[in-house]
Design a binder for this molecule. Structure first.
Ligand code: 5GP
Ligand code: MN
Length: 315
C-alpha cells in the first residue's frame, strides 16, 4: 500500500521496535538515509537496530552511528524499514531473518513495490532527501548527527548538487542541513580524500578502457586482481568513462568470480535502468546496476548488444 508522510508518522508513533536496513553494496545514500532516520527514532526513545548483509566501505566510516550496524540476526520486530532499495533481492539475508511488516522508502523508478507499505518518489535526488522531507513533516528537531547523515546521502547521490536529479528543493535542503551544523567542505574532504593506493588502482582500471558503437559506449573492467588490491577504491570510477566526449553509455564490469559479474551502468540521457532491469537489476534513468550470472565474455556481449540496441532506438 502506498503511504504518505502522515501515515509513516503514525506507523513510527504507534510502534516501538524497528529494524532499519539499506541495500547491499551500500552507498552514501542508503547509509545516510538509514542513519538519519536511526538517530531520529533513537531520539524518540524507540528501540532501533540496523542490519546490513554486507560490509560498510571504509570511506563511510565517518558516518555518526555507523558502528552500530550489525549483520542480520533472527528477530521479530514491529516494522522493518528498508531505505533506498528498489527490490527485495537487494536486502540479502535481512529479509528472511527479520519477522516484521516492511516499510520501503525509496527514489528508484524501477521500484517493484514489494513492501507492505511504500513511499517511492522518483523525483527525489536521494532517499535521504525524502527522509529529510519526512522529518520536516514530523517537525523533528534535526540534530547535527542527523543532518550530517542526510546531507551526505544527498550529496553522494546528486554528485554534490550537479547531476540531473538535483532540484531547487535538493539545494534548499542542503542549505537547511548546513544550518543544522553540516560543514560541506568537511564532508567533501572526507568523501574525496584518496589514498595513493587508490590512485594506482584508478590507473589500472582506466587502462582497461574499451569503446563500442562508434565510441558511444565506454567500458571499464575490474579484474579480481584489481579488486584484491582494494575493492572500495573502484567506487565512482565509472564517472570517468561517462565524462568522455561522445560517450553516451558507460559500463563498469566487476568480475566477482568465474560465474558472477557486477555491472554498473551510467548514461548522459538514455534510460539505462531498462537495461539493468532486463538483467534482473534496477536503478535510475542515468544510473543503474545488476548482477550477471555468467562469464565476463558473455556479460560483455549481452550488455553491449542491448546498450547498442538502446542507443539505436533513441536515434
Ligand atoms: P551502482 O552502479 O552505483 O552500483 O548503482 C547505480 C544505481 O543502480 C543505484 O541507485 C543502485 O541502487 C541501482 N542498482 C545497482 N545494482 C542494482 C541491482 O542489482 N538491483 C537493483 N534493483 N538496483 C541496482
Ligand atoms: Mn539512492
Amino acid at each position: 500500500m502506498e503511504v504518505s508522510f502522515a501515515t509513516i508518522g503514525e506507523l513510527l508513533d504507534r510502534h516501538q521496535h524497528f529494524i532499519l536496513t539499506p541495500h547491499m553494496h551500500p552507498d552514501g545514500d542508503c547509509l545516510g538515509s538509514m542513519l538519519g532516520l536511526y538517530h531520529y527514532l533513537v531520539s524518540r526513545g524507540k528501540k532501533v537496530e540496523m542490519f546490513l548483509d554486507d560490509t560498510v566501505p571504509s570511506s563511510f566510516a565517518f558516518f555518526p552511528g555507523v558502528s552500530v550496524i550489525k549483520q542480520p540476526q533472527h528477530v521479530k520486530a514491529d516494522l522493518l524499514i528498508v531505505l533506498d532499495a528498489s527490490d527485495v533481492d537487494r536486502l540479502g539475508r535481512v529479509k528472511e531473518q527479520v519477522d516484521a511488516p516492511i516499510l520501503n522508502i525509496d527514489h528508484h523508478v524501477s521500484n517493484t513495490h514489494f513492501a507492505e507499505y511504500w513511499l517511492v518518489d522518483s523525483s527525489a535526488s536521494a532517499t535521504a532527501e525524502i527522509v529529510y522531507g519526512l522529518l520536516k513533516h514530523l517537525q523533528a528537531t534535526i540534530t547535527t548527527d542527523m543532518a550530517v547523515c542526510l546531507y551526505t546521502g544527498i550529496v553522494t547521490d546528486s554528485g554534490f548538487f550537479r547531476y540531473a536529479n538535483t532540484s531547487p528543493k535538493t539545494m534548499r535542503y542542503g542549505a537547511e542541513l548546513m544550518e543544522q551544523g553540516v560543514r560541506p567542505h568537511v564532508i567533501a574532504e572526507l568523501l574525496e580524500t584518496r589514498s595513493l593506493e587508490s590512485l594506482t588502482i584508478m590507473a589500472d582500471v582506466l587502462r582497461t578502457l574499451e569503446f563500442y558503437a562508434d565510441n558511444q559506449i565506454a567500458v571499464i573492467t575490474i579484474s579480481p586482481e584489481i579488486t584484491a588490491k582494494g575493492s572500495d577504491y573502484t567506487e565512482g570510477l565509472i564517472n570517468y568513462p561517462r565524462s568522455i566526449e561522445h560517450v553516451e553509455i558507460a559500463v563498469m564490469f566487476k568480475i566477482v568470480d568465474a560465474n558472477t559479474v557486477r555491472i554498473s551502468l551510467r548514461s548522459n540521457n538514455v534510460d539505462v535502468s531498462a537495461i539493468a532491469v532486463a538483467f534482473g537489476g534496477g536503478g535510475h534513468i542515468r544510473a543503474a546496476g545488476c548482477t550477471f550470472s555468467g562469464s565476463i565474455i558473455e556479460a560483455k556481449q549481452r550488455i553491449i548488444e542491448l546498450s547498442t540496441a538502446t542507443l539505436a532506438g533513441q536515434q
